[in-house]
Design a protein around this ligand. Structure first.
Ligand SMILES: [Zn+2]
Length: 155
């Protein structure tokens, strides 16, 4: 069994922190950094033990669409492998069916390369981009002077 570290790596923590910054109301039900006892028993050599893995809850209604993130992160040099919805992606090997006991339908698993644990650069640069031009931003700022219509909460 891989020994379990006390604290996840900065790169793994950054995934959850940056996702929350993009979507403060996102669901965190399946988020995970370090393994639970049950997880350790089930998967004793998990990258979660070394702090080089992170689980991100799938919440497409609140901008955290793990199907999209799975595709986009294939370009991130820090990724050792990705698991989502019964598929595993490994750099240089492409997508393969994932046969582990948990199909990862509710969260995306990201394993980070050993030498990238301290790299906190943006994990979701395509989601960070400002959506408005400067002119739009000026209009938006002006519109804030009027009270905005109340948003209905989606359930
Ligand atoms: Zn995981």
């Amino acid at each position: 069994m891989k020994p379990v570290v006390k604290k996840a790596t900065p790169a793994a923590i950054a995934v959850l922190r940056q996702a929350t910054k993009i979507s403060p109301s996102r669901t965190k039900a399946s988020d995970g950094l370090l393994p639970s006892k049950a997880h350790q028993a089930q998967n004793p050599n998990s990258d979660h033990n070394t702090g080089l893995a992170v689980d991100l809850t799938h919440d497409p209604a609140r901008k955290i669409d793990c199907a999209d993130i799975y595709e986009q992160l294939k370009r991130d040099k820090r990724v050792k492998y990705l698991i989502f919805k019964g598929q595993i992606w490994i750099p240089g090997r492409g997508d393969k069916p994932y046969t582990g006991s948990n199909p990862h339908n509710k969260h995306l698993h990201i394993s980070i390369k050993d030498n990238c644990g301290n790299d906190e650069s943006p994990w979701f640069p395509w989601l960070d981009k400002p959506k408005f031009s400067t002119v739009d931003q000026a209009r938006l700022a002006a519109s804030r002077l009027k009270p905005l219509p109340k948003k209905k909460e989606k359930k």
